[in-house]
Design a protein around this ligand. Sequence first.
Ligand code: HAM
Length: 420
Amino acid sequence: MLTTRPRGTNDFLPQETEKWQLIEKILREICEEFDYHEIRIPIFEHTELFQRGVGETTDIVEKEMYTFMDRGKRSITLRPEGTASTARAYLEHKMSALPQPVKLYYMGPMFRYERPQAGRYRQFHQFGVEVFGSSDPGVDAEVIALAMAFYQRLGLTGLEVRLNSVGCPKCRPAHRQALQQFLKQDLEQLCPDCQGRYDRNPLRILDCKNPQCQKITAGAPTILHSLCPECVDHFAAVKEYLGMAGIQYQVDERLVRGLDYYTKTAFEVVVQEIGAQSAICGGGRYDGLMESLGGPPTPGVGFALGMERIFPTLATQGIELNPEKMLDVYLVAMEEEGQKKAFQLLMDLRKMGIKAEKDYMNRSMKAQMKAANRFQVKYVLIIGADELAKGTVMIRNMETSEQKEMMVADTLNFIEKAVK
Ligand code: HAM
């Protein structure tokens, strides 16, 4: 049907986009404070980037990508996330030659063929940051602090930071083995997905939401027991830095993220009240990603937060975003001549940088005043029959109901001073 949008997508109407813009503005301000700089990456990439970057055995690559052949017979994928592309861009533009670390942020649509439900869409939006070139645990804490600074600025409270270390290629094999050993006897009781994960990616079994799998994995060996000394030290330092940043966190030994590139730090920010899709932000360190894309070893750490999930979170905490009122002035005019004068004034006001609007529907005076009220403007300029005859404009202050009559030229000066 041509009057319905595809499943899992959204239209954001002006009332909502004004709130989105406010959120984007706050995010940009915070990035400036934290010295992160915007990168704009393509909406589509070579499919191989995500297969190698995100990982062949992840749900994203196995079942959720929007992949198609373009007319040149190349396999193309709509980006399901931003980390792989940002890392690709770092390599492609030889950003290793820049002063390190390189601190980037992005925001925009991502695409995953998931089962849509509240908070889960097929086209959704992420704000994300990526820091390349430093293995300092302070950076892990900094990116978490950036996310929390944003939520705090919105007025949100009670968010939980879940923190884990998923180890590195040195310590993971031992954990993998221990886990497989533990699960072996119950392999057939696991859900079909987890049976498939047993060989390919057993760590993900710990993260399965199926109650039967959760029962089986209760008491399974966790990665924290297998960490190598380097990962132990790194994890301890991240916790220390988080403490210094005043960020409360909970260590969650079962936290396994759904993307394969993570090493050491993994974290999520969750809010229980918004239902099943409670993760509002997720990220971690990915020191092996650059190499898996064919680049030199380059450490990295970052996160992405779901922009759609901000709104239900605000709603459950009773927080209303109040974007600035859009208009300063509304012009009310009668008859063709008055409308023409109003049009001239409108253009002059806008040239002065004043946000103004007039009637274009030939409405009655009363209906135009109603429109002015709806816009909640501070000033209404009225050109009625009287004013037309005298060549004046009536200026009405909508807050005080005071009225003043002025010549057109004086009106512009008055409004400029009053509004700016
Ligand atoms: P992710 O956990 O897949 O990580 O996604 C991050 C956040 O995006 C989630 O916590 C959630 O808020 C939001 N999100 C994910 N899928 C959907 C969906 N279908 N509908 C609505 N919101 C969604 C990543 O994407 C990594 N690239 C994060 C990262 C950056 N790690 C390091 N750097």
